[in-house]
Design a protein around this ligand. Structure first.
Ligand SMILES: Nc1ccn([C@@H]2O[C@H](COP(=O)(O)O)[C@@H](O)[C@H]2O)c(=O)n1
Ligand SMILES: C[C@@]1(CO)OP(=O)(O)OP(=O)(O)OC[C@H]1O
Length: 168
């Protein structure tokens, strides 16, 4: 019997003028973008933390400090690839990742499939789902000041995943 672990990740970045909006590696046309040291891809950051949390490997800020110029403007999907490599080196395989992005505007449904495809591609394995919700105009997200994302992950070690082939 193999080992199973779940992990949770949460991140929030402010929406500001003069930045591109990148979510799960997809550039989304919008009047504002997310501010941060990297490309501020809040969905990918939450997924990184969910995977790191499941594997007991601290968090994204510990691995990729925002004081390090190597990570300035970096595409967060590259960080996600590194995270999956770290897990893989320790024998962990990703079973699935589920995301809820909290975003008043823009509507993300038209980009959902592409976002899932990009995350899945960066991870190299595992099933991915992305859901979006507004806060019905309540709070800082509802006022369009920020976008947040929650992610959960399930990872495994020493488990025969042959029967999961369709989902992986
Ligand atoms: N940025 C968003 C937010 C929501 N959606 C989709 O709209 C549905 C309804 O959202 P509520 O917050 O009113 O529950 C939601 O289930 C998503 O399908 C979206 O595409 N983009
Ligand atoms: C990704 C990193 C590194 O460039 O920077 P940010 O884009 O600011 O993102 P954050 O979610 O604050 O945390 C991790 C960081 O160290």
């Amino acid at each position: 019997m193999g080992e199973l672990r779940v992990g949770h990740g949460y991140d929030v970045h402010p929406l500001v003028e003069g930045r591109p909006l990148v979510l799960a590696g997809v550039a989304i046309p919008f009047e504002k973008g997310l501010a941060g040291h990297s490309d501020a891809d809040v969905i990918t950051h939450a997924v990184c933390d969910a995977l790191l949390g499941a594997a007991g490997l601290k968090d994204i800020g510990q691995l990729f400090p925002d004081s390090d110029p190597r990570f300035r403007g970096i595409e967060s999907l590259k960080l996600l690839k590194e995270v999956v490599d770290l897990l893989s080196e320790r024998g962990w395989r990703v079973i699935n990742v589920d995301v809820t992005v909290v975003c008043q505007s823009p509507k993300l449904a038209p980009y959902r499939e592409e976002m899932i495809r990009r995350l899945r591609e960066a991870m190299g394995e595992g099933a991915v789902n992305i859901k979006a919700t507004t806060t019905e105009h309540l709070g800082f997200i509802g006022r369009g000041e920020a976008i947040a994302a929650h992610a959960v992950s399930l990872i495994t070690k020493g488990q025969d995943l042959t029967g999961c082939r369709d989902r992986l």
